[in-house]
Design a protein around this ligand. Structure first.
Ligand code: HEC
Length: 399
């Protein structure tokens, strides 16, 4: 079977699975943060006697639920204690394989941007993988050093670090690979939090209890700290993951700043929800977040298209015959019935015949002139003059 086709099927199955387990992870994370922030002290003295510090009544799917949170732990541990860990691990594993199939197996197309850095595919992959590891080491060190100091200082330093990574990657890799790797780095850190701190901390607590000792609260506090961080990182990661579909964000010359601002807005919006669960309606956070997003999108709006004027001051009247050679050189490696760079024409866009080109006219203008999203990562090195040709052809009414 064709290797390209296998990549396509692999990417479909992995993406599907990644979404499913990711929903399970983030969904349970959101649920527990909401639960923690919504619990009320129990009224029933019997519950207080049992050591319950907070409870909640909820109705869902036709049933009544009454979760109870123990101040430290119940006197007797149940045998079948559920651990929330595979939601996180499976999200990371599927995500990592998806990254491998989509980016690492086609690094020359998806990761290298010759206009930014003349990297070999191997070097680009090396940069990607190093980012994931260094991202965790830096985060973990910051956490250890600042754990007992200021949360705000930690947040500020980590944010500066993430922006620095975004800056570096957006100057080394293609825009989409840069954004995706910032997301993958944060997501790896979140899963590593679960793997290296949250679950081991809980294991130590449970083991102490099984020996009949009082567990050291430090393990719980550490796990809680990491879990709070994870919660704030969810919206930023989700943006990085979907950013690949929005070339106007990652193809901007200051893409790192675009990313920094969007991530900041995402954290502010998440903060609103965390406070909201506690009954605080701090509208200023989403208001500032919304303003930042509005500002970014206004800033990224494509410039009006200018039409070139010929020697005699007349607009050149271009027809499809004038632009077809450009498309044959820059686009049909992918957008063709017989593509050479891709398994099949992406997005179903075929640019082999004049009819197909005319039918896609407005989309060509958007993708090559306004958004500069195509050619993908400019792998085929389309020039500004060629983009202007498309603009002129469009201005003449796609003839
Ligand atoms: C290396 C492969 C590659 C090359 C070369 C390429 N494209 Fe694409 N194109 C893609 C992929 C992949 C997509 C799917 C969208 C995505 O993944 O971002 C796409 C999508 C598109 C779309 C649909 C976008 C939408 O959302 O409506 C258009 C239109 C398009 N390309 C036009 C072009 C034009 C015009 C050129 C040449 C100037 C070109 N492409 C060169 C890979 C390529």
């Amino acid at each position: 079977m064709d290797a390209h086709y296998l990549i396509e099927v692999g990417s479909l199955l992995l993406r599907w699975l990644h979404l499913i387990v990711g929903i399970a992870w983030i969904g349970s994370s959101f649920y527990f943060v909401w639960l923690d922030n919504t619990l009320k002290p129990p009224v029933d003295p019997a519950l207080k006697e049992k050591g319950v510090g907070g409870e909640l009544w909820a109705v869902h799917g036709g049933g009544f639920y009454n979760p109870q949170k123990y101040l430290v732990a119940p006197k007797n541990l149940p045998d079948d204690l559920h651990w929330f860990k595979w939601e996180s691990y499976s999200t990371w594993i599927t995500g990592f394989f998806l990254l491998g199939v989509l980016y690492y197996s086609q690094a020359a197309t998806y990761m290298v941007d010759p206009a930014k850095a003349d990297l070999s595919p191997g070097a680009a992959i090396g940069i990607g993988l190093t980012t994931l590891i260094v991202g965790w080491l830096v985060y973990d060190t910051l956490c250890r050093v600042l754990m007992r100091r200021s949360l705000l200082l930690f947040a500020a330093l980590y944010f500066v670090f993430v922006v620095a990574v975004a800056y570096l990657l957006s100057h080394l890799l293609s825009g989409r690979a840069a954004f995706l790797h910032v997301g993958a780095m944060i997501a790896t850190t979140m899963s590593a939090n679960v793997f290296f701190w949250i679950i081991p901390g809980q294991k130590t607590t449970v083991a102490a209890m099984q020996r009949g000792e009082t567990p050291d609260p430090i393990h719980g506090q550490r796990a809680k700290q990491r879990s709070v961080h994870n919660n704030y990182l969810t919206l930023p990661v989700l943006f990085c993951m979907i950013s690949n579909h929005y070339a106007f964000t990652y193809n901007h010359p200051q893409a790192w700043l675009v990313l920094a601002l969007i991530l900041l807005a995402a954290v502010l919006i998440r903060h609103f929800f965390n406070l909201r669960h506690k009954g605080v309606f701090a509208w200023q956070y989403p208001a500032v977040g919304g303003l930042i997003l509005a500002g970014v999108f206004a800033w990224l709006a494509p410039a009006p298209i200018s039409r070139s004027t010929g020697e005699n001051g007349q607009n050149p009247a271009l027809t499809v015959q004038d632009i077809q050679p450009v498309l044959a050189a820059r686009c049909t490696g992918c957008h063709s019935a017989t593509p050479t760079l891709m398994p099949a024409a992406p997005a179903g866009v075929l640019l082999d015949t004049p009819e197909q080109i005319r039918a896609n006219g407005p989309r060509l203008l958007t993708q090559t002139v306004q958004l500069k999203a195509m050619p993908l990562g400019n792998v085929t090195q389309m020039t500004e003059a060629e983009r202007q040709k498309i603009a002129d052809w469009a201005a003449g009414g796609y003839r």
